[in-house]
Design a protein around this ligand. Structure first.
Ligand SMILES: Cc1ncc(COP(=O)(O)O)c(C=O)c1O
Length: 568
């Protein structure tokens, strides 16, 4: 019997909906895995799903974003993994079959990424070749616990709707008209708006706790220090880091990458060494490495993408060698929205002894991130892209690696003892935080992460994917509009161009309708040029967007497409 209030009717309804959803969704798909945009199951079934879990029936599995996975035919496996292998060995596969093909499949297992994964006879290419798409559930839901749910299970987990109420009202800046129209903010990849809670937390800090930190014996210094260090622990929890010492505050992603390049890079990279970047990089993950290479004689090599805008894992493996000292890759591309399969990429790099930095500027606000599950040596992000103030960002680094790194900036707070002859340095994390930190902004970051956690990270991810599906469907209905790339999974952002209209003119046109999008090169010129463009239009999503925002954008673009060309 269900123990969570779910009736047997609920269970059989879910089972039926899952099955019919996958049959419908896959009818038009030639690869029978996850069409792009992913199929979604009906909302009645979604209401029965539980964030953080995959629901698996005997014919189909549905992840918590309501995407269906199926087997190709009744005798086939619902199996993203190499046939005939022990599925437990391949636990990074997301949803893995527990039986051999041809057998009856009364149950399927959904696995989570396993921290001890590399100990198995793992062959990343057999997974990669079968399609990165199969890795997505585990990547999207690193917190998902292994579940085994027989198709007619009566003990499904507690029902909880992943659909979020509109959060727009929490964001004061969205409560305004622009050019006489309701503001539609579709520029969150550039920066997000801030919820009232974050604004209040920052105001409260300056109204009542403001003091420099760590230095004085008075009450306000103690309060300010508690607030600042409390924010660090919030970040630690949010990222799943082992220790607060692994969390270094910086001004943002850019500064955090420069810190790693200048400190770790100068200490570890030599002439003849190789740094691997991907073609998807933001300029912030290119130029710091160019500066390092100029100083050291190392070389940058670029992991290519295919025509869809996905990383070519085959090429990546061929490029790995003991000369590769660092792989620095985005978790999500800011220009195309490509979700990069960082987990297997980290594992492959580690086999060659390379360190891995993951640029999470465009992922943390959209999908759950757990640095231990991911396995990266460094993970960086900017507060302002996750509803926090500008001027604050984070470098996560594995403690043993940070311990070995020399300081990169000198000044107050980062020292233990100073004489004119020599100085000794503070313990982690202070060693990398010279000078007075951006205190109020750090407090704001802690408040923003708490806010996101209260909404729920699985809810946020599900919301993003649902709106992304609507956005892609809407854009497909605009005459003359072409998407740039068609990656297996897009998170948060999408780029497009339109016949007869240059991106800057589209941006201005949308602005007159109260719609904010980015039109330009998005600080990612190499990837735009890979697709033959100097600029594109990039709408991007946030927690506060809803279907009406997508509808407003699509309507405006359709009007533009149908308008007569302007005489110049
Ligand atoms: C993928 C990526 N990396 C790095 C950055 C740089 O972030 P910041 O300017 O906050 O340092 C951005 C900003 O757009 C980004 O999207």
């Amino acid at each position: 019997m269900p123990t969570d209030g779910r009736t047997p009717e609920d269970v059989s309804q879910l089972d039926a909906l899952v099955k019919s959803a996958f049959i419908d969704a896959l009818a038009g798909s030639d690869n029978h895995v996850i069409p792009n945009p992913p199929p979604v199951i009906p909302s009645e079934a979604r209401d029965l799903l539980v964030p953080g879990r995959a629901i698996v029936g005997d014919q189909a599995a549905v992840d918590t974003m309501g995407r269906a996975f199926s087997r190709r035919d009744p005798s086939d496996a619902l199996d993203p993994l190499p046939r005939g292998r022990d599925s437990a060995t391949y636990s990074t596969g997301g949803i893995a079959a527990g039986r051999e093909p041809g057998q009856h499949w009364p149950e399927l297992n959904a696995f989570r990424l396993s921290p001890d994964f590399p100990s198995g006879p793992f062959d990343p290419f057999s997974v990669a070749e079968r399609g990165q798409r199969n890795l997505l559930p585990a990547i999207m839901f690193p917190d998902a616990v292994p579940v085994v749910i027989p198709s007619h299970a009566t003990d499904l987990p507690h029902p909880q709707s992943p659909s979020s109420p509109s959060l727009r009202a929490d964001f004061p800046a969205l409560d305004q008209d622009v050019h006489g129209q309701r503001l539609v903010w579709l520029d969150s990849a550039a920066t997000t708006q801030k919820p009232r809670e974050v604004i209040d937390a920052v105001s409260h800090f300056y109204e009542s706790d403001n003091s420099n930190v760590h230095r004085a014996a008075h009450e306000l210094a103690a309060r300010a220090t508690d607030a600042y260090e409390g924010a660090r622990r919030t970040v630690q929890r949010f990222l799943g880091a082992r220790s607060h010492k692994e969390i270094i505050f910086a001004r943002g992603t850019t500064e955090a990458i420069n810190l790693v390049a200048q400190s770790w890079g100068r200490a570890n990279v030599r002439a003849g060494d190789v740094i691997l970047l991907s073609h998807l990089e933001h300029h912030s993950n290119i130029v710091p490495w160019q500066l390092l290479c100029e100083a050291t004689g190392a070389t940058i090599r670029v992991i290519p993408v295919n025509d869809a805008g996905d990383i070519r894992l085959d090429a990546y493996e061929a490029m790995l060698s003991p000369r590769v000292k660092l792989v620095s890759i985005p978790h999500v591309s800011n220009a195309l929205g490509t979700l990069v399969p960082v987990e297997p990429m980290v594992q492959m790099a580690h086999r060659y002894g390379a360190r891995v930095l993951v640029d999470g500027a465009q992922s943390v606000a959209h999908i759950p991130v757990n640095v231990l599950m991911m396995g990266a040596d460094f993970f960086v992000f900017s507060g302002h892209k996750i509803y926090a103030p500008t001027g604050i960002g984070v470098l996560y680094g594995r403690e043993d690696i940070l311990e070995e790194m020399p300081p990169w900036q000198g000044g107050g707070s980062m020292i233990e003892d100073v004489t004119f002859e020599r100085s000794t340095y503070a313990q982690l994390p202070a060693r990398f935080e010279a000078g007075t930190p951006s205190l109020g902004d750090a407090v704001g970051l802690g408040a923003a992460l708490d806010y996101v956690d209260r909404v729920g990270r699985a809810t946020v991810a599900a919301h993003d994917q649902r709106l992304m599906a609507s956005l892609l469907a809407g854009l497909a209905s605009v005459p003359g509009l072409s998407l740039v790339g068609s990656p297996i999974a897009r998170v948060g952002a999408v780029s497009f161009v339109m016949a007869r209209h240059e991106p800057p003119a589209i941006g201005q046109y949308l602005n007159r309708r109260g719609i904010a999008v980015r039109a330009g090169h998005h600080c990612a010129q190499p990837i735009l040029r890979r697709f033959g463009h100097e600029t594109t239009v990039r709408p991007s999503l946030g927690i506060y967007n809803d279907e009406s925002d997508i509808a407003a954008l699509v309507k405006a673009l359709r009007d533009l497409a149908e308008s007569k060309p302007r005489r110049s």
